[in-house]
Structures are given as C-alpha cells and as structure tokens.
Design a protein around this ligand. Structure first.
Ligand SMILES: Cc1cc2nc3c(=O)[nH]c(=O)nc-3n(C[C@H](O)[C@H](O)[C@H](O)COP(=O)(O)O)c2cc1C
Length: 306
C-alpha cells in the first residue's frame, strides 16, 4: 500500500548545489510543507558514490521529505529506490525537466519528454519503492511543441502520485516567463495533484499563479535562495522579530553537523551571495565571502554584516 501523502501547499524545489540539508531545514522552519533534495543520479546511488549519499542528509524539521533522482534506465531506477540512503524519504521525485546538455545527451532529465514510453517505464520502476512517485518536468522541448498535457496523462497512467510542472520549455532554459496558462491546462487534464513551478517570487506572484492554474500547490526554487522567509510570507504568517541572521547561522550549523568544515566553507559562500541580496553592502559582503578559506571566517562575515 502506498503511503498517503497530501500533496498541497508550498514546497522547496530541488536546486542543484543549493537545496542542501541546511537550506531545507531553514525553509521547513519558515513554512515549506515539502522540501526536495537536489537531483541525485540513480546510477551514482547504485554504484555507491559517497558524494551522492552526502546530498541525502535530512533533519526532522523537514515535514514531507522528497528525494529527487534522475536516470533513464528502469533497471537502475528500481535499484536506486531500494537504496538505504533513500529510506528516510517520504516521496521519490523523478527529474524529467533538466535541460543541461550533458544530462540530456545521456537520455536523462528533459530527454524523457521525447520518449514517453521510456518515461512511463521509469515511473513504473520507481514504484518498486512502495512510496509515492512524483514527476517534475517542463512543458515541452520547444515552444512549437508543448506536450505538457499529454505528458501529464501518461505519467498519471504510469502511476505517478503528483506532478510539478515548470512552465518553461527545455530550449528556454531559464529565460522568458513561465507559462502558467499551460500549467492550468495540465491541472484540468489530470485527477492527481499538480504543483505550479516557475517565477513565484513573493506572495503576490504565488497568489496569481494559484489563481491562474488552480493548482494544488506551488514549488519555489530561485525565490527561496537567500530568502527562507518566502514561505511564511506566502502563507501570510508574520514572524515576530524575524532574524535573517539566525536563519543563516542555523543553515551554517546544520551543514556542519553533516559535512566537513572544508566542504562547508567551500559551499556556503554561494549561499551568502544570495543571503546578502538587496543589502546595501552586498558587493562588499560577496567579496569578503568569496575570500574566506575557513568556516570561522565565514561566520565572522555573517556576524559582522547581518
Ligand atoms: C541553480 C539551479 C539548480 C537547479 N537544480 C535543479 C534540480 O536539481 N532538479 C530540478 O528538478 N530542477 C532544478 N532546477 C530548476 C528549479 O527547480 C525550478 O524548476 C526552476 O528554477 C523554476 O522555478 P523558479 O522560478 O522558482 O526558480 C534548478 C534551477 C536552478 C536555478
């Protein structure tokens, strides 16, 4: 029996290089109903890469824990979902939207948009996990061929429990605007929950996206970078005496619980570059952050500027 999960609310999207265990924790603390790891390779898991497992740390703060895997070979997908590092996750999401050429050349990510029977076989293989399987995908490869509705129906038929639709095509990458009207047509076409994704950056854009699409929930990526409070803002939940500094320090400390100081020092700078967005001293903070060699130096930057 599949575990029953209510797919609704506001979720943190998978963001390669960013949606680490620390970011997922602070976003969950600020109201994210579901939080996703960055994409991890199904094959990487099967062949036991420590680097892959490192991306799969979680904390109890996360409400619905979602792991995103990518791959195009049903054999590896079925083996990957049985991996012990995935045991703590409530949901298995499969990446069918990644536009990066290296991934697409391997037939993975958004390449699956062009091979619906294989995409269905991948979903069926993931169902071996006995957990809800969800799909995150783009509305098509090019603007001349939007396949979002047909793809949604095919994924539902294969056994997907919910869908997240990024309203851009593969060739658009991250340019132009997410097409929420196409996502509305997906919501109309299937009887499983649908999350709208793309260009939700605050409460106003969230409300507009939900109004246009009628979706069950929304997924946010770039709008959450450096801004975990976006989740409470969207929910209209005021946080008394909110302190971004506290969130940044929590993020840093959680990273240190799970990773080596060297890893954290190297990886936290890019988060700081987002955390200081909109601040007057943002250029100076970025320069200082990127010059840091140790976690102590990073902490010093946080304590002196935020
Ligand atoms: C740096 C970066 C890394 C991303 N990594 C992933 C990923 O690992 N898996 C995935 O499905 N989407 C990934 N995405 C796409 C986002 O999840 C999301 O679909 C896209 O950014 C649109 O949403 P947004 O407007 O809220 O950012 C990534 C996006 C960015 C900018």
């Amino acid at each position: 029996m599949l575990q029953k999960i209510e797919f609704k609310g506001v979720a943190l999207a998978p963001i390669a290089g960013y949606s680490d265990v620390g970011m997922r924790k602070v976003c969950a603390d600020r109201g994210a109903d579901m939080t996703c790891t960055e994409m991890v390779s199904a094959k990487g898991l099967v062949y036991g890469s420590d680097k892959t497992e490192d991306l799969l740390r979680t904390t109890d703060s996360e409400k619905i824990k979602c792991v995103q895997i990518f791959g195009s070979e049903p054999y590896y997908i079925a083996k990957a979902v049985e991996h012990r590092a995935l045991e703590k996750f409530d949901v298995i999401d499969i990446n069918m939207g990644c536009p990066v050429p290296k991934i697409v050349r391997n037939g993975e990510g958004s390449a699956l948009l062009e091979n619906i029977p294989l995409a269905q076989a991948v979903v069926k293989a993931a169902l071996a996990s006995d957990r809800p399987v969800t799909i995150k995908y783009r509305i098509g490869v090019t603007s001349g061929k939007i396949i979002a509705r047909d793809f949604a129906v095919a994924m539902r038929d294969a056994g997907a429990s919910a869908l997240t639709v990024h309203g851009r095509t593969r060739t658009q990458m991250y340019s132009g605007r997410a097409d929420w009207d196409v996502i509305a047509s997906v919501k109309q076409a299937v009887d499983i929950p649908v999350f709208v994704n793309g260009d939700i950056v605050d409460r106003a854009s969230y409300e507009k996206a939900m109004e246009i699409t009628g979706c069950d929930g929304a997924m946010i990526a770039r709008g959450a970078l450096g801004n975990p409070k976006i989740f409470s803002d969207i929910k209209g939940a005021e946080i008394d005496g909110y302190s971004l500094k506290e969130d940044i320090l929590t993020h840093l400390d959680v990273m240190l619980e799970f990773h080596s100081p060297n890893f954290v020092a190297a990886n936290f700078k890019k988060h700081l570059a987002y955390y200081c967005r909109g601040m007057r001293a943002h250029r100076e903070i970025k320069l200082k952050a990127f010059a840091c060699r140790t976690v102590e130096e990073i902490r010093e930057v946080i304590l002196s500027y935020f």
